[in-house]
Design a protein around this ligand. Structure first.
Ligand code: FE2
Length: 208
């Protein structure tokens, strides 16, 4: 019998590509108000519910199509996710963002409006780092603890919200512009059979 190498519990990360033009959206983005995040040198849009706006209608549809693919085809669930908060990030040359996760969310996403394809804009890390480690001669997805993902304009990255990630320093002369968002289920979570059922409507009715 031949050896067999299993990779159990891999982390799903879905990359989808928006094929439409982003010219109108970028024009609108130029008119928005920003708040500087002093510690990292980057900027966040003042408005954090951007999918409510007509100007992002096409992007909203694309995000929902991609989220449905993730829940139906990857997670194999009919439970529907909706975007809770959605904001823009502007990273001028030299700025970065510290390592973090997105609490109170199931799947998070980043959509790239403007991004240098040669410079990976996001780095993912393993939740549990090795306490003891050997010295790999070559890194692969079984012995690595961080993963730098190159992206191009119009790409959307969807990942579990508890996956640690950070934004490496932007070395490009051009500012990087991305849109981030979190999600939650509008349907009940879990199931009665597995004793994980979370039906928020039932709870609200009981306690109102
Ligand atoms: Fe993030």
């Amino acid at each position: 019998m031949k050896d067999e190498l299993l990779q159990i519990f891999p982390t799903p990360l879905l990359i989808t590509k928006y094929e439409g033009s982003l010219v109108d959206e970028l024009k609108h983005i130029d008119t928005l108000e920003w708040i500087e995040q002093k510690a990292n040198g980057n900027f966040k849009s003042k408005d954090t519910y951007l999918l409510d706006y007509e100007q992002f209608k096409n992007i909203k549809n694309f995000i929902y199509e991609s989220l449905n693919k993730f829940t139906k085809e990857v997670l194999m669930s009919d439970q529907r996710l909706v975007v809770t908060q959605c904001w823009l990030n502007k990273n001028p040359k030299g700025s970065k963002h510290h390592e973090h996760v997105h609490p109170n969310s199931i799947i998070s996403g980043v959509f790239y409006f403007k991004q240098d394809p040669k410079l990976p804009p996001i780095s993912f890390s393993k939740s549990i780092q090795h306490a003891m480690k050997l010295d790999p001669k070559k890194y692969n997805n079984l012995n690595s603890e961080t993963f730098l993902l190159p992206c191009t304009d119009g790409e959307l990255i969807l990942f579990p919200s508890n996956l640690k990630h950070s934004v490496p320093v932007n070395m490009s002369e051009e500012p990087r512009i991305s849109m981030s968002f979190n999600t939650f289920s509008v349907d009940t979570l879990g199931s009665e059979d597995s004793l994980t059922h979370l039906d928020i409507r039932r709870i609200m009715n009981e306690h109102n």
